[in-house]
Every structure is written in C-alpha cells, then in structure tokens.
Design a protein around this ligand. Structure first.
Ligand SMILES: [Zn+2]
Length: 445
C-alpha cells in the first residue's frame, strides 16, 4: 500500500517521488568557483580529465596573451622611435624656415626617408597584428576540440519560442540588470536597461545603490556610512541576531589602537559604544580592553596583534552584505549567478542523461520545457523553498496546476483531482474518504 500523502516536509531523496522536494537555486559562496562546481558535479576521474582539458586550453590562451603583450611592447617601441625621428625632423625644418634658407637636398632626402619609414612601420605592425589572429583562432579550435560543443542538445528551443517569448526575454534582461546592480556596475546596468527599454523604477534600484555606496566606503576602510546605516537600522538588525553594529564599532576601536599611545584617550572614550553589546559580546570586549595595556609598546608587538589583522576588513564587508541583504529582502547572490552556478553543476549531468536517452531511443522522456528529466542534487546550500510533486500524476505542481489539500488532509494536484471526480464526488485515493471536490483547498508553499 502506498504511504499516505499528507504533506511531508523537507527533503526527500531523488528516488522519492510524489513528495515535497526542494527546488533548486543556488550555491556559490565567495570561495565557490567554476572548478569547484565541476568538482561537485563530476566523478573524480572526470574532474582530472576536465582539468587537463582546461589546462590545455589555458596553455593556448597563455600563448596569445604572451603574443599580445610582446606585440604591445613592440608597437610602443616602434611608435616611440618614429615620433622621435619625426620631431627631430620637425625641429630641423623649423630652424631652416626661421633662417629663411631654402630646403636643402639633405633635408628633402630625410623627409622622403621619414615617409618611407612611417609607411614601413605601419605595414609591419599591421602584419604582426594579423599574425595574432591565427593564435586567437587556435584558442577557439582548442576549445572546440577539447570540449563538447553540443550544449544545444540539452537546451529546449521551445523555452524561447513560446508565446510568452517577449515576456521571458524581459525576465532574462531584468535578471541581468539586477545582477549588474548587485555587482555595483551601476552605469552598465543603466545602459542595459535603457537599451532594452526596461522600466526599472527607483524603488528597485535604491537598495542596490545604497548597498554599493556603503560597500565602496568599506573597501576604502571608511566606516562612517556603514555605521550610520547600522545605527539607524539597529532594531531590525538585532531582530536578525546581527552583530554588524558591534563589529563596526570594534573595527573603529581597533583602528584607534593602531594609532598608538596618542590615541589612548580617544580609544577609551570610544569604548562606551560597546556598552549596548556588553551582554552579547562580553568576551570580545574584554579582549579589546586588555589590549589597551599594550598600547605603549605597540599592539603589533603584543599578544593582541591579531586585532590588526587585515582580514577583519574583508569580514566586515561580508557581514555587511549578508545582513543588509537579509534586512532589505535581497538575496546575497543574484538570481543570475545562482542560476549560472546551478547550470555549471547540472550541465554535465544533463549531457550524460541526454546521451542515455538517445542511446535507448526513449526521446519522449524529456519533453516538458519547465522540468528536467531527473532531479539534480545541488547540495544543501541550494535549498530555498519547497516544491510539491503530485503523488498521483508524478508531476511537479505549477501555478496552473496547484497542489490541493483534500478535507482528509491528503494533498494531490488539481489535475489529478479533476481526473478523480466521479459523478460529482471525489474519493481520496489514499484514505479513501468520499468528499465534495469543491471542498479541496489550494496550498501555497
Ligand atoms: Zn485522504
């Protein structure tokens, strides 16, 4: 007998159909690069092979970069020589003109030589530049040779050919614009939204502008804007259990410590800012107070030298981004980078699946444009929200086919419910309570 399908919460392994599953989005912390995505997605042997292929392409790329560099240097040298030659000639010409003397045969010869030299140099530079093209195209060929170019086999064209094509393109453009804003590339984001005639209103932009302004200041080790922001949002930050404000005050204090004995009084009086955090951060405050003893000797020569570690500044940027995003309702990673990272994990798996589907000639398996043929494990980090797969139809529910809770507590999709209606009545496929189909309630996860 099948298990009752009352709503079971979290994660369920890939083999467990018909239950709540966690829909993807993202991984990708700051340390998460493409290589680690690949590492997670491929078996160990596959990773080694993939790294070899990457290294191969990288070698070709290095050759091009080297050529570019030496070409650039050579170009500069040649032009410099030419300029020097021309300016010498110019001086001689102008002094001849000042003396009112006619143009000598030597000078005309020099001018003719100069013109020839310019022409030769430009020709030589142009042909050298052409040579670089062949190296660049070798990189392209190396990529084609070493990597599977058949990515299009796992892309469903129907995604972009549907009736909502324009709407979907707008969603994609919006995702790109949002990513650019989040990365602080404000002018590029503006330009793109203008070119794609996207209407990005100020309310949407404002949080990103604010975040970037503060982060930029933090990168320059200016704590003021972040402190002002943290103080004005103190209550909300405390509700989030954030220690951002304390950490900012601590950094300010540490900076005073680094100023040596001259800053002792200022540091002592600044310490009053720790008072509201005394209960939560007692230990850290004790450490800072203890460090004052060593101020005359210099903190850098004391057991407290770790306080001066530059990583505190990197940490504060991360803490600020995380807490401010949480408070403003933004994700730390943009939806675009999340999708990209998920794609890096999913793509190798999908390519394998596609090959298997083709080998066994069961092409009908993967036809649904909104759904992948299998679940792909992206790891705990990527669990954002739950989705529901109908235990009867074995399909993930959607807005047009939402999950419906029957009065007995069992949940099935609306399509399944409609199929099960018999003579105006519905018999639950699990318990099997008879009920009025209209009593089912839509569930929103
Ligand atoms: Zn039931």
């Amino acid at each position: 007998m099948m298990e009752p399908c009352a709503v079971r919460f979290p994660p369920v392994g890939p083999s467990d159909d018909g239950a709540l599953r966690h829909a993807l989005p993202p991984p990708v912390g700051p340390s998460d690069d493409g290589a680690s995505c690949l590492r997670r997605a491929l078996p160990p042997m596959g990773v080694r092979r993939m790294m070899e292929l990457c290294a191969f392409v990288e070698r070709e790329l290095d050759k091009v970069l080297h050529k570019f560099l030496s070409y650039g240097q050579h170009c500069e040298r040649s032009l410099e020589e030419l300029l020097c030659y021309v300016s010498q000639l110019r001086q001689e010409l102008s002094s001849t003109a000042l003396q009112g003397a006619p143009l000598s045969a030597t000078l005309s010869l020099m001018m003719a030589q100069c013109c020839r030299k310019i022409k030769d140099t430009v020709q030589k530079l142009a042909s050298d530049h052409k040579d670089i093209h062949s190296s660049v195209s070798r990189v392209g060929k190396a990529i084609d040779r070493n990597f599977d170019a058949e990515l299009c086999s796992v892309v469903s064209d129907s995604v972009w050919e549907s009736r909502e094509k324009q709407q979907q393109q707008q969603i994609l453009q919006m995702a790109i614009v949002e990513h650019l804003y989040q990365q602080g590339m404000l002018s590029v984001a503006e330009e793109l939204s203008q070119e794609s005639t996207l209407n990005v209103d100020l309310d949407f932009k404002q949080p990103f502008l604010e975040l970037n302004r503060i982060l930029e200041a933090l990168h320059k080790q200016d704590l003021r804007p972040a402190l002002d922001w943290a103080i004005s949002n103190r209550q909300h930050l405390l509700e989030l259990n954030s220690s951002l404000e304390f950490k900012l005050h601590r950094l300010h204090f540490i900076r005073l410590l680094a100023g040596g004995p001259d800053k002792q009084l200022e540091a002592l009086s600044y310490a009053r800012h720790f008072q509201p955090f005394a209960r939560l951060h007692q230990r850290e405050i004790q450490v800072m107070m203890g460090s004052l003893v060593y101020l005359p000797l210099g903190i850098e020569n004391s057991p407290y030298c770790h306080l001066l570690d530059a990583r505190h500044w990197t940490e504060i940027c991360e803490t600020f981004t995380r807490d401010a995003c949480a408070l403003l309702g933004l994700s730390v990673e943009s939806p675009l980078s999340v999708s990209f990272a998920s794609g890096c994990v999913a793509l190798p798996v999908l390519m394998n699946i596609k090959a298997v589907i083709e080998q066994r000639q069961c092409t009908g398996v993967w036809s649904h444009k909104d759904e992948l043929p299998i679940e792909i494990e992206l790891g705990m980090k990527c669990w954002y929200h739950s989705v529901f797969a109908c235990p009867i139809l074995r399909q993930q529910t959607t807005d047009s086919n939402p999950p419906i809770k029957l009065i007995c507590g069992h949940v099935i999709s609306r399509d399944a419910l409609n199929k099960l209606i018999n003579g105006g009545k519905l018999k639950c496929p699990y318990c099997p309570m008879e009920q009025n189909p209209a009593d089912g309630k839509r569930i929103i996860f």
